[in-house]
Design a protein around this ligand. Structure first.
Ligand SMILES: C[S@@+](CC[C@H](N)C(=O)[O-])C[C@H]1O[C@@H](n2cnc3c(N)ncnc32)[C@H](O)[C@@H]1O
Length: 361
């Protein structure tokens, strides 16, 4: 049976499943999910297989918050012959007359402790599998000759899901994960969260324009300074708001003003702030209200912030926050804006949200 298989952070399977069900049913695709806590992936099965294949085309992957990657899984192969796993996979795909020809193959595994043990094997397995797929005409000679990517997702060394995704509607990253290396001089590891957020939410070709040197930024809950560091290294001038202590080397750049005040009452003197970033550990609705208010009052153009997820009803609570932001912005005259959220690789019990106010006219 065809299913949509999505990858997520281990422990967030229910959230990924709830979201997938909701997004699918919003598009008239009804089904049920198979999600086991700790697996690092979720299966969405539909009563009509062809609808599942349609879903990976009509639902943009960037609309999914908790899923990092996905594909339409057409085969679930178990008890593979350890002496010839390539042969077993080739035979199974060849027997499925509806399996589309693909341009590229990716061999992956869940992002879990047991999944990671398969990482070396998956890497080594890719080359002989690719060669054999080409030999059997299941892969085109060049990737760009097909709009599809073939996925082989191993859950143990004898079991895999095999399917395909649309190249233009799946993550180009291995495992859907953006791996980043912490800079040695960054004041905290959280710095990577903002780096990832900028890379995920702002298209690379827009960086020069929207992450420009000389811009003014406000960082609420800035200490010890990991997020401020990201803004400073891009040449921005930062008002860092936090009662705590900020990294001294950041202050020495001359680009940072530190205000030891409450982030919920801080108001910038000059209304020339482009970026508002916020990593305060607070109730998600309270942060949502603050962020929506800054954008509605035009105190900033773009906002990037974290919403801490509660212990229970994580997906529902997040939806309530995002709905609130949407409604608040509309009710307060913000006619054109974009709002996106993602459970980033460097996020744990939180989700990163991006709001951008667009110029009208
Ligand atoms: C997770 S840390 C921020 C880490 C920071 N983004 C970094 O990369 O170094 C949260 C910070 O929010 C600050 N904070 C919490 N509530 C605040 C408030 N109401 N006003 C200002 N800062 C606040 C805390 O003092 C703490 O330093």
């Amino acid at each position: 049976m065809t299913a949509v298989l999505t990858y997520c952070r281990a422990g967030f399977e229910n959230d990924a499943a709830n979201e997938l069900m909701q997004q699918a049913s919003d598009r008239g695709v009804f089904g049920y999910v198979n999600a086991k806590k700790g697996n690092g992936y979720v299966l969405f099965e539909s009563y009509q297989s062809e609808q599942v294949e349609e879903l990976i085309e009509i639902l943009p992957i960037e609309h999914l918050i908790f899923s990092r990657q996905w594909f339409a899984s057409k085969l679930h192969l178990q008890n593979l012959n350890l002496q010839d796993r390539v042969g077993d996979i080739i035979e199974a795909i060849s027997q499925d007359e509806h399996f589309p020809q693909c341009g590229n193959v990716r061999v992956e595994h869940p992002d879990t402790d047991s999944g990671k043990e398969l990482s070396k094997f998956c890497r080594k397995f890719t080359v002989p599998l690719r060669q054999s797929l080409r030999k059997h005409g299941l892969l085109t000679d060049k990737p760009e000759k097909s709009p599809n990517e073939l996925f082989v997702f191993f859950t143990d060394n004898q079991t895999c899901f095999v399917g395909y995704a649309k190249t233009d509607n799946c993550s180009p990253l291995p495992h859907g994960i953006l791996r980043l290396k912490a800079a040695a001089d960054a004041p905290s590891r959280s710095s990577l969260k903002l780096e990832e957020a900028f890379q995920v939410f702002i298209p690379k070709i827009k960086h020069e324009d929207r992450l420009r040197s000389g811009m003014k930024a406000v960082d609420l809950g800035a200490c010890p300074g990991g997020w401020t560091y990201q803004l400073v290294r891009r040449g921005m001038f930062v008002q860092a708001i936090d009662n705590g202590l900020i990294d001294e080397s950041l202050m020495q750049t001359g680009q940072v003003e530190h205000f030891q005040v409450d982030g919920f009452v801080y108001e910038p003197k000059k209304k020339n702030v482009y970026w508002l970033v916020c990593d305060m550990v607070e109730k998600p609705m309270r942060v949502s209200e603050l962020m929506a208010d800054w954008v509605a009052k035009e105190w900033c153009v773009e906002a990037m912030f974290n919403l801490k997820l509660p212990m229970k009803r994580r997906y529902e609570s997040l939806m309530e926050c995002l709905d609130f932001i949407r409604e608040y912005l509309k009710a307060n005259g913000c006619r054109k804006f974009s709002l996106r959220a993602k459970h980033l690789y460097h996020d744990r019990e939180e989700v990163t949200v991006h709001i951008r106010r667009h110029r009208v006219g």
